[in-house]
Structure formats: structure tokens, C-alpha cells
Design a protein around this ligand. Structure first.
Ligand SMILES: [Zn+2]
Length: 309
């Protein structure tokens, strides 16, 4: 009797799961191959070939985006996906970082979207525009499609900047914003949806790719950010670049840096100079990762961490 009841319940559950899975995949197909449904009304827009990722979150009060796509062509694709999902406007756009591959397409959404970022993001965006005044012209010259997608371009820096941490309530959803220091740019934000258990990790965390560690980036800061996001116990992790996954993304990141530090530390103890270490220390276990040309910046950060210099 007990067994029969259990079997019936499990068959019922299976049928329910199967019907959801079918609806989900049919919908995902309609939205294109780059869109992944993570939870009800929560989607990842995954960039191809390590192009930046974005997020789409539907709420009763409108749409919230996380980043605006790798470039204006992608931003317009992102807008098309939003229009297929809902007639509601994009109310809010949360930046995970100020770099152009996450922010150039802001003009596609704002107005009407209000843009929120960590303190320093606006200064970073304005500085980039000053330092590279030809940037948009050069981008437009890459293809006729890009030129068309750039029509109406203007720089749209954040309207609201927060310090350290912010909690935003939009419709029935909550977005917790965590400022991540020293992990990638001047103003990185992890976006956490506590009810849906989805975290957008920003670009200090990438997948199957060597990250670029700029001089102000430190490995302890990256590890602290990874630990913080892992402690949230997310079900889905959407990195700044690369395929979305689970907390394994944080574990893989930690494993990579632990091995890098171990090797650099050994070489330092043997009295090697930074130049020698750059030539000698290799990570063959990660030869398949993209962007190997960035590896020297990883050695420099590990050396700085190990020697304190
Ligand atoms: Zn970046």
C-alpha cells in the first residue's frame, strides 16, 4: 500500500516535471539559442565566444536587465528577446561593470531605463570615452550591421550609484547588489536574487577562460568575492563571460588560483625573479582555457601576492 502510494506520487511528479521541461524548451527555442531560462521570469542571455553575458528579469512592474549586451548588435538582440517575453518596458538596468562590452548598448534601453551601478562606474565610463574619442566611429566601421545598430548612440552613464551594498525591490522581486573590490574593473557588482537563488557574478569570475588581472586587481580580492558569492548558496551562477552553471564555477576558480599561487610561491622560494617565473611557470592543466595571452597578468598578480611587492 505504502509502496503503491509512493509510486503514484512519483509518477505524478514525473509527469509534472516532463510537462514543465517541454514548455521550457519550446519557449527557449522561440527565444533563440543564446537564451537560458534559469527560473520563472529569469533568463540569461549568453554571449557567444566569451562575449559578455546579460540577464533578463521580468517583474510585475516591468523588466530589469543585468548589463546591456556585448555590443549594440547584441543589445538589439537582447531587446528583441525582451519584446518576445513581455510588452512591459525595461525599467531598470543594473551594471555588473563599466567596461564597453557591458555598457555601450545602454542607449538602446535608456531612456526609459534607469541605470544603477557601483560608485565609480560613471567616472570610469566617462574616462574611457575621453581617452578613446574614436571608439564609436571605429566600432561602426567594423561592419554595416554594427553601423546600423549604433544609430542613436550616446554615452549613458549610470543614473544611480550605490556604495558597498544595495537592496532594490522591484515589483515582487528583490535584487541585492554587492560591490566587489579589486576583482576586474573600478566598479564591479554581483547581483543576487535571493528568492530565485540566481547570482550574476560579474567579470571577476569567468568560465574556461584566463581572466585579465589589471594592476589594481588582487587574487585575494577575487577569492574573497568567490567565497562571498558561494556563501549565498546560489542554484544558478551567471558569470560575466562564459557559460552559466553552478557553484562549481567558484570552485574551479578557487582551484585554478590555488595551483597558480602554489607554483609561483615555489619559484619565489627558489630565488627566481619575476621575469624568470613568467618564462618558467606554466599551467598545462588549463591549456584548453581561452585567452592564454592574459596569463602573464595572472603571474604578476600571483607574484605580488606571494612577495608582497
Ligand atoms: Zn570588463
Amino acid at each position: 500500500m505504502t509502496i503503491k502510494a509512493a509510486a503514484t506520487a512519483s509518477a505524478g511528479t514525473l509527469a509534472l516535471v516532463a510537462s514543465f521541461a517541454w514548455t521550457g524548451s519550446a519557449l527557449a527555442q522561440d527565444l533563440g539559442p543564446n537564451v537560458r531560462k534559469l527560473a520563472d521570469g529569469v533568463y540569461a542571455f549568453v554571449g557567444e565566444n566569451f562575449n559578455s553575458n546579460a540577464g533578463i528579469v521580468l517583474t510585475q512592474d516591468g523588466v530589469v536587465l543585468i548589463d546591456s549586451g556585448h555590443n549594440p548588435i547584441e543589445s538589439r538582440k537582447l531587446m528583441d528577446v525582451v519584446k518576445k517575453l513581455t510588452p512591459m518596458p525595461v525599467r531598470l538596468l543594473i551594471d555588473t561593470e563599466p567596461h564597453p562590452d557591458h555598457t555601450t548598448g545602454h542607449f538602446v534601453f535608456s531612456p526609459p531605463a534607469t541605470i544603477v551601478a557601483a560608485a565609480g562606474a560613471g567616472d570610469s565610463m566617462r574616462a574611457r570615452e575621453r581617452e578613446a574619442p574614436q571608439r564609436i566611429q571605429q566600432l561602426a566601421a567594423t561592419s554595416p550591421a554594427m553601423k546600423t545598430a549604433l544609430e542613436g548612440y550616446k554615452l549613458v552613464p549610470p543614473h544611480v550609484e550605490y556604495q558597498q551594498k544595495a537592496s532594490l525591490a522591484v515589483g515582487e522581486r528583490t535584487f541585492e547588489l554587492y560591490y566587489l573590490r579589486g576583482v576586474h574593473s573600478e566598479a564591479d557588482t554581483a547581483v543576487w536574487l535571493p528568492k530565485e537563488r540566481v547570482v550574476f557574478s560579474a567579470s571577476g569570475i569567468v568560465v574556461n577562460q584566463i581572466n585579465i588581472l589589471r594592476p589594481f586587481v588582487t587574487i585575494p580580492d577575487i577569492l574573497a568575492a568567490s567565497k562571498l558569492m558561494k556563501s549565498l548558496n546560489p542554484e544558478h551562477v551567471v558569470p560575466g563571460h562564459g557559460q552559466p552553471g553552478t557553484v562549481k564555477i567558484f570552485e574551479d576558480t578557487e582551484k585554478y588560483y590555488a595551483l597558480l599561487i602554489e607554483r609561483v610561491e615555489k619559484a619565489v622560494k627558489e630565488g627566481k625573479t619575476l621575469d624568470e617565473i613568467k618564462k618558467e611557470v606554466k599551467m598545462p592543466e588549463y591549456a584548453s582555457w581561452a585567452s592564454q595571452d592574459r596569463f602573464p597578468t595572472n603571474i604578476e598578480a600571483a607574484y605580488k601576492m606571494v612577495t608582497g611587492k
